[in-house]
Design a binder for this molecule. Structure first.
Ligand code: HEM
Length: 322
């Protein structure tokens, strides 16, 4: 591998994968004690925190690893964008990345619901309303899809098998495509002139070392800032603020109603999918791509401003019947 592959910027995908490994290990542990029956879910989560040896710590690492995976995937995406690494021949791998990103978001969402406190319950309320807006497309969230099983049980199955399983399959494809196309050269040295080569194991060791630093940070965060779990939810009230990654969508919801979440998420997803099809010029250096840089900056600034707006305003109530 060329030496630039060992820089932090080109190791972000590896670190995202490392967070996924931490999530799988801690998730498997939590799965030994969590009960997805709606009557027991909240109590079993609190039992993990209060009654299981090291349960609070393992849950904390799982929670912070999820935040880390989300943030690292975004920074990895931004690196790919900045270095134009989505351009020919890597368009397909960008799309595989977008799909993994959407799945990571789904994993975060289903994870929020599982603890079955007020926050999780209201998250599910929003999800059900959005499924209703989607009409036939939202059929999976309808209780009539599988009347014998509570929706929480199906979301649990999605969280522990369907979503991580799909992410793992796509990750193998992602890695095979990176191997096939080789890691993209630095835009300011496209021929990799003068770059020494080192074996792949050297890169793995480097990502492993960075991963252990990440694990240390997650362990410290789990001890210093353990994630909370509220009491059993109360139906008919809408009082919680969602986790920060949804805030930008909730500002849109405050402005135009529940469909704002659908529009915001949908437009961002379509934009991401469209990137390699719209921007087909071969230039990869950011200085030679002023339009792409301006559009990306606009999107990032819009998301940050919408996020801050949700943080400083009192959220309105939107769920039907609340
Ligand atoms: C969500 C979990 C993801 C994981 C675990 C992951 C993992 C990786 C790894 C290990 C690499 C090779 C090293 C590196 O560049 O860091 C890579 C490269 C790549 N990833 Fe991802 N990735 C993820 C998400 C994404 C996303 C969201 C996108 C874009 C939308 C993306 C697009 C790409 C592309 C185009 C490459 C080739 C980069 C190059 O050759 O310079 N990935 N990914």
């Amino acid at each position: 591998m060329p030496s630039h592959a060992n820089t932090l910027a080109y190791s972000l995908g590896g670190l995202t994968a490392f967070s996924l490994l931490i999530l799988i290990a801690t998730g498997l542990t939590l799965g030994q004690f969590y009960d997805p029956d709606p009557a027991a879910a909240n109590t079993s989560t609190r039992h993990i925190v209060e009654g299981v040896y090291l349960g609070r710590f393992v849950r904390g690492v799982h929670f912070w690893a999820a935040e880390a995976m989300y943030v690292l995937a975004i920074v990895h995406l931004l690196r790919i964008f900045l270095t134009g690494s989505y351009k020919r021949p890597r368009e397909a791998n960008w799309l595989v990345g977008v799909a993994m990103f959407a799945l990571t978001f789904s994993a975060l969402f289903t994870g929020t619901v599982l603890k079955w406190d007020q926050e999780g319950f209201e998250a599910l309320g929003h999800n059900l309303e959005i499924a209703r807006l989607l009409g036939g497309l939202g059929f999976w969230f309808n209780t009539s899809f599988s009347p014998a099983l509570p929706l929480l049980v199906r979301l649990y199955v999605a969280h522990v098998s369907l979503i991580p399983g799909l992410i793992l399959v796509l990750l193998v494809l992602h890695a095979l495509l990176v191997k096939r196309h080789k890691i993209s050269p630095p835009p300011d040295n496209p021929d990799e002139t003068g770059e020494p080569l080192a074996p792949f194991t050297h890169h793995l060791r480097r990502v492993g070392a960075l991963g252990l630093v990440l694990l240390g940070g997650l362990g410290a965060a789990a001890v210093l800032f353990p994630p909370g779990v509220g009491p059993t939810p109360v139906e008919g009230i809408e009082v919680t603020r969602p986790p920060w990654m949804y805030w930008w969508m909730f500002t849109l919801e405050n402005w135009i109603g529940l469909s704002g979440i659908l529009w915001g998420g949908g437009v961002l997803f379509v934009l991401l999918v469209a990137v390699p099809f719209i921007d087909r010029r071969p230039e990869r250096h950011w200085r030679k791509r002023p339009v792409a840089m301006a559009v990306a900056a606009l999107v990032v600034i819009a998301i940050i401003v919408l996020t801050v707006l949700e943080a400083v305003t009192t959220p309105a109530e939107h769920l039907a019947g609340m």
